[in-house]
Design a protein around this ligand. Structure first.
Ligand SMILES: [Zn+2]
Ligand SMILES: [Zn+2]
Length: 257
């Protein structure tokens, strides 16, 4: 049987990495933990680093690229990213392969379409990942839910969506004003309400599951994020299951059988 599974190795500003597995082969989407920690967490999911065929980076922020070079060198795998991302990521000696938004790339059995998002990085992308007839939408680290983002995520079997902060917790919290403004800005991060809007707009009868990722430790709580998104999705007739990842925690594997 053709299966696609996603395991969240870590999520949040402490480090982001998701292992997408199909037919025993893996793609690491972001590698924001140390190489050793990536290896350790993979083994918890019963996966071997040698099963990973490539690393794909969504953007150059440290919480997404920390272990990328070491992992790529140790396991002799290529690293994919937009030109802007690759230029700003330390990748000496790595087989770095440029991708471009709007251009589909094939990695193993996976077809991946990167698409542009607004985020304070050089050339950040979100991803539509297709395997067989299954599709996974991944949108983390973006500040705006544009029509283009909704279009690319629409109708996926599973959606990985950033739910970074609860508006009220952020506003009342201890972050300095400039940082609050940056997070809330068009090129910052998605709030729970934004995540609810994106999930609600993108989910169709095909969509079985929404996984909320990149929650802030200071400005969010899993249950608040879940409620915001579930409330929006409840308006639909078919059930969509909402899973929430803990800051820095492991979640899954989530199955798109
Ligand atoms: Zn991030
Ligand atoms: Zn970022």
């Amino acid at each position: 049987m053709h299966r696609l599974t996603v395991s969240i190795l870590s999520s949040g500003s402490v480090g982001n990495s998701a292992l997408v597995m199909s037919e025993g082969k893996g793609l690491l989407v972001d590698a924001g933990l140390s190489c050793r920690e990536l290896e350790r967490r993979m083994s918890v999911f019963g996966a071997e680093p040698t099963q990973v065929e490539a690393v794909l980076l969504t953007h150059e922020h440290t919480d997404h690229v920390r272990g990328a070079r070491r992992f790529a060198l140790d396991y002799a795998v290529p690293v994919y990213g937009t030109k802007g991302t690759l230029a700003l990521t330390p990748l000496d000696g790595v087989d770095a392969r440029p991708i471009a938004s709007g251009k589909e790339v094939r990695i193993g059995e996976l077809r991946i379409e990167p698409f542009k998002v607004r985020h304070l990085a050089a050339e950040p992308v979100a991803l539509s990942v297709t395997f067989d007839s299954r599709r996974l939408g991944i949108a983390t680290d973006l500040g705006s839910v544009t029509a283009d983002v909704v279009r690319h995520m629409a109708g996926a079997d599973m959606l990985l969506v950033e739910a970074n902060y609860d508006e009220e917790m952020l506003l009342r919290g201890t972050y300095p004003e400039f940082l609050k403004r940056a997070i809330r800005g068009d090129h910052g991060h998605l709030s729970n309400d934004d995540a609810a809007e994106l999930s609600g707009s993108a989910a169709t009868e095909r969509t079985k599951k929404v996984v909320l990722v990149h929650l802030s430790r200071e400005n969010n709580m899993p249950e608040i994020a879940r409620k915001a998104v579930e409330k929006n999705l409840a308006r639909r007739k078919h059930p969509v299951r909402v899973e929430v990842t803990e800051h820095g925690g492991m979640s899954g594997p989530f199955d798109l059988a």
